[in-house]
Write a protein that binds this ligand. Structure first.
Ligand SMILES: Nc1ncnc2c1ncn2[C@@H]1O[C@H](COP(=O)(O)OP(=O)(O)OP(=O)(O)O)[C@@H](O)[C@H]1O
Ligand SMILES: CC(C)(CO)[C@@H](O)C(=O)[O-]
Ligand code: BAL
Length: 282
């Protein structure tokens, strides 16, 4: 017997729900999403199920993280089927507010993060992390979950959220989980739905080039040279790369040559009208 989750539309209902769970001594996990759920999101739910007593998933296509030229209008909105998928996994509550609930008339506060937010995505989407940090901050303050789950697919976002939570002393543990991939290596992403059949075949070159570049760096090729080769391979396959860069995996600072710091290779590239991102440990 599947119990549908409670559907919450207001911050005050979100707060009342999680407060009542906490008052019963139950632990709470939050999974922030923009909906159009896939197995990557469901892996976050499954891991939360293992860790906490009650789960609230959030579904909100956050206008503040889209530039006017980006795909806010086209972003897939599939709330009814999302709620069914969450129900099947036993999620207790779904918070799906309207934009005016999150950003009422006169809203004038944003959360701006430096550190891991500098460079990479910010060079191409300068508005993005302020939008993400502001909405995630509001969600965490709205529900005060014990844990919140994020995917490594959005690796820079994960580090930005961790930085924000630490800096604002929020009492939530940020849990990062590995990227869930299709059989051919493509990272699951709601935006994959934009790809034509031919683009979808080409898209598998993105993780393949990422792997090749990581292998070259591991076997001693200079990182700048390996990344240049990787970008050229992406262009030859039909992508327009925004970046393919090696960074320190904890700070996202440029790596210090010859040090033994942990490294991450991150990529963002356009395929037709679709922008894909991915990353792997080196
Ligand atoms: N393939 C994946 N594996 C693991 N986590 C994922 C995956 N895809 C998304 N997530 C995580 O799910 C959460 C919600 O992401 P979001 O709703 O933006 O989905 P998305 O598929 O990343 O969408 P988009 O295509 O817009 O980037 C984020 O923490 C994100 O990192
Ligand atoms: C974290 C998030 C839900 C904030 O809108 C979004 O950026 C996403 O889905 O990754
Ligand atoms: N998954 C990150 C959300 C975005 O690109 O807007």
């Amino acid at each position: 017997m599947i119990h549908p989750p409670i559907l919450l539309r207001t911050i005050s209902d979100l707060r009342a729900n999680t407060a009542s769970w906490h008052s019963e001594g139950l632990t709470v996990g939050m999974i922030p999403t923009m909906g159009a759920l896939h197995d990557g999101h469901l892996a976050l739910v499954t891991e939360a199920r293992r860790r906490v007593d009650r789960i609230v998933a959030t579904i909100f296509v956050n206008p503040a993280q889209f530039a006017p030229t980006e795909d806010f209008g086209a972003y897939p909105r599939t709330e009814a089927s999302d709620v069914e998928m969450l129900a099947a996994l036993g999620v207790e509550a779904v918070f799906a507010p309207a934009a005016r609930e999150m950003y009422p008339e006169g809203h004038a506060t944003t959360i701006s993060v430096a550190g891991p937010a500098l460079g990479l995505e910010t060079d191409f989407r300068p508005h993005f992390f302020t939008g993400v940090a502001t909405v995630v901050g509001k969600l965490l303050i709205g529900g005060f979950p014990d844990i919140a789950m994020f995917g490594e697919k959005d690796y820079q976002q994960l580090l930005v959220v961790r930085q924000m939570v630490a800096d604002l002393h929020l009492p939530t543990e940020i849990v990062g989980l590995p990227t869930v991939r299709e059989a051919d290596g493509l990272a699951l992403s709601s935006r994959n739905a934009y790809l034509s059949a031919e683009e979808r075949r080409t898209a598998a070159r993105l993780p393949a080039v990422l792997q090749q570049t990581a292998t070259a760096i591991r076997s001693g090729t200079d990182a700048a040279e390996a990344c240049a080769t990787g970008r050229a391979a992406l262009e030859a396959a039909g992508f327009r790369p925004d970046y393919l860069e090696l960074r320190n995996s904890e700070t996202l600072a440029a790596p210090i040559p010859c040090s033994s710091e942990p490294l991450r290779l991150l990529v963002a590239a356009w395929l037709g009208k679709t922008r894909l991102i991915d990353n792997i440990a080196v």
